[in-house]
Design a protein around this ligand. Structure first.
Ligand SMILES: Nc1ncnc2c1ncn2[C@@H]1O[C@H](COP(=O)(O)OP(=O)(O)OP(=O)(O)O)[C@@H](O)[C@H]1O
Ligand SMILES: [Mg+2]
Length: 234
């Protein structure tokens, strides 16, 4: 379990996260929804220690992550698919993957390697020697996910992965998320695409102005037009 408890985060004097709690579990996709600027990415950054919380705790399977440096958090099994993707433009697809490769996962089992990645993302194998700059948006997003997997995470934080992608690519991405969940991963799916989130999550948190305002099932959210209008602007 990845347990996020009462996180308070600032950028300088701006009080952004005002006591956010949520839980990720293995074999589950947890959605995090909310309008632009409510603090979704800041929460992801706080879990990773990139923008450390001023108060609150993050615990993974009973171990405190809160005061570890980012590389220590990643090493213990937290993967990140950044909103901006952050592919190295001058490296090839394969180099982008190798640079995040680890020989073993946190529990000692070697799981993801290039062979397994290419089986899951055939397009990346076809593009293995292409530089980052030459990839389409969809290919970059797949590479961002694949690169995170190379670190053998147990929990994966995906920040708006469907943003700007063509519908067919979004469908592929959905299949990959379902598959990773099936393999036991605990996934945080930050989204603004309500339809996509409803199709691939087991539970959803709705954020507004730095706080969680509701936790509900995707079925409940689908029915609640009022909540959608108020907090998601759809
Ligand atoms: N580096 C920063 N310095 C100062 N303020 C920031 C910084 N990054 C984000 N903010 C502010 O913090 C608030 C939360 O931003 P955040 O990026 O977490 O929102 P978000 O929910 O991820 O939005 P989006 O859906 O647009 O990605 C916003 O008001 C934003 O302007
Ligand atoms: Mg964001």
């Amino acid at each position: 379990m990845l347990d996020v408890r009462d996180i308070h985060t600032y950028y300088g004097n701006s009080y952004i996260l005002q006591g956010v709690s949520l839980t990720l579990e293995p074999n589950r996709v947890t959605g995090l929804l909310g309008r632009n600027g409510v603090g979704k990415s800041t929460l992801v950054r706080s879990i990773l220690g990139l923008t450390p919380a001023r108060r609150g705790e993050v615990e993974m399977d009973g171990e405190a992550l809160t005061r570890l440096p980012t590389h220590g958090i990643v090493q213990r099994g937290v993967g990140w698919v950044p909103q901006e993707r952050r592919i190295f433009p001058s490296l090839t697809v394969e180099e982008n993957l190798r640079i995040n490769g680890r020989s073993s996962s946190a529990n000692g089992a070697c799981r993801w390697d290039l062979e397994k990645i290419y089986a899951l993302f055939p397009i990346l194998e076809e593009r293995a020697d292409s530089r980052g700059t030459l990839l389409s948006g969809g290919e970059q997003q797949m590479l961002a996910v694949a690169r995170a997997l190379m670190g053998n995470p147990r929990y994966l934080l995906m920040d708006e992965p469907s943003e700007g992608l063509a519908p067919l690519i979004v469908r592929d991405l959905g299949r990959i998320i379902d598959r990773l969940k099936g393999e036991g991963m605990g996934i945080l799916l930050v989204e603004q695409n309500l339809h996509f989130a409803l199709a691939h999550t087991d539970s959803v948190y709705v954020m507004n102005k730095g706080r969680v305002v509701r936790q509900l099932s995707p079925e409940e959210l689908r029915e609640d037009r009022e909540l959608q209008k108020t907090y998601l602007g759809v």
